[in-house]
Design a protein around this ligand. Structure first.
Ligand code: SF4
Ligand code: SF4
Length: 371
């Protein structure tokens, strides 16, 4: 296993982190996966905050059981606290308490507030979330503080500037995410501020490996004889030295074994120029499949009715280019979009420099995701 610096902490994190969201709900199987990871050097465990209380407790029980027998001491736990459940500073304490109790631990090494964006951040900041989180650090319930993020560079800068105690920033990052949310520029901004950057969904939740459109397969060409899609995706993330760890959600021991083998041999700076150009061509092949030519510049925002047009187009495009409507629909619902709020005022269309027929495309997206 390769290890990397973890921002301002005097600690080295394994290049591969273990995500627990997709672990099998069988105690024996999940325990075997978690312990195999730790035995092979993984020292970062990501624990989501599942919305469903029963699911949350079931997952936490599995993790808690796997971390007995001295395993807890060999891994750092990153506990997610989702903004949907935090409306006030009191909610922060409640969510943290629930996570700690479920896991049967007194403290989390990292508490990760997420997913922060321009919509939820001002309210949370106003509600005093930072000072409440800092109190949790002071009394030992939390070792260090982080946030997960899915928005643009400017919003990231505001969040970073609001607190000196941020230690990590978690972003979704893959070779398809170089130029937005927050993209390469945002990642460098976070590392320049001394934060460790933790990557989730390095394979876009499996969408980069499950189905391969013909034009994308053509772009890969013979390269897939040498390396699998998963290997290319993970190697691309690890190529970037500014990434501290890539969290991979696995559901089988075989997937974990493959990832660990790769984490042993895929160093920072490991891709040569021809390989980087190849990945660029693959990205271009995916981009060419987008039905909506939205660049997520956000020039059409804000919408007076609270509709996040670029995000909806991003989900719509993802559904098409990865041929995976179900995942995009699940995210659409989880994020609470609602196209019926649109009153067709046309303000967004007037602001769009690409002259996209936004209202028509919104209707198509609504049909795909809401019907
Ligand atoms: S047309 Fe719809 S999406 Fe566009 S600004 Fe008006 S309400 Fe918002
Ligand atoms: S202004 Fe146009 S291109 Fe930019 S985010 Fe809005 S719809 Fe997309």
């Amino acid at each position: 296993m390769q290890y990397r610096n973890f921002g301002k902490l005097d600690w080295q994190v394994s290049a591969l982190g273990l995500g627990t969201a997709r672990l099998p709900r069988d105690e024996g199987e999940s325990s075997a996966i978690i312990r195999y990871a730790i035995d092979h050097g993984v020292n970062y465990l990501d624990v989501p905050y599942l919305r469903d209380a029963g699911e949350r407790e079931a997952l936490s029980r599995l993790i808690s059981s796997a971390l007995g027998g001295g395993y807890r001491q060999r891994v750092k736990i990153a506990a997610a606290l989702p903004v949907q459940s935090i409306g006030s500073s009191v909610d922060f304490d409640r969510c943290l308490k629930e996570q700690l109790e479920c896991l049967g631990v007194e403290s989390a090494d990292f508490a990760i507030i997420g997913w922060l964006d321009r919509q939820n951040w001002p309210g949370l900041h106003e509600a005093g979330i930072i000072s409440r989180a800092e109190s949790a650090m002071a009394d030992g319930r939390v070792g260090a503080l982080g946030f997960s993020f899915h928005d643009d560079y400017q919003t990231l800068r505001d969040i970073l500037n609001a607190c000196d105690n941020w230690t990590l920033c978690q972003v979704k990052y893959s070779y398809m995410d170089v130029d937005h949310h927050p993209g390469v520029g945002g990642i460098r901004l976070a590392t320049d501020k001394g934060l460790a950057v933790v990557v989730s969904e390095p394979l876009k939740g499996g969408r980069l490996v499950n189905k391969l459109p013909g034009s994308v397969a053509e772009a890969w060409g013979d390269a897939l004889r040498e390396r699998s899609l998963a290997e290319w995706g993970l190697r691309w993330v690890w190529h970037h030295p500014e990434i501290a760890t890539a969290v991979s959600d696995v559901s089988t021991l075989e997937q974990l074994e493959e990832n660990i083998t790769l984490a042993d041999v895929a160093p920072a700076g490991g891709l040569g120029v021809p390989e980087q150009l190849l990945v660029n061509r693959v990205r271009d092949a995916y981009q060419a499949l987008k039905p909506v030519t939205c660049t997520t510049c956000r020039g059409c925002m804000p919408c007076p009715r609270g509709i996040d047009v670029p995000r909806i187009f991003e989900l719509y495009n993802d559904a098409v280019i990865y041929d995976d409507i179900e995942t995009a629909r699940a995210i659409y619902r989880e994020e609470g979009h609602g196209i019926e709020r649109c009153n067709e005022c046309g303000l967004c269309e007037k602001a769009c420099g690409r002259n996209i027929s936004i209202i028509d495309w919104l209707k198509k997206a609504g049909k795909l995701f809401e019907d």
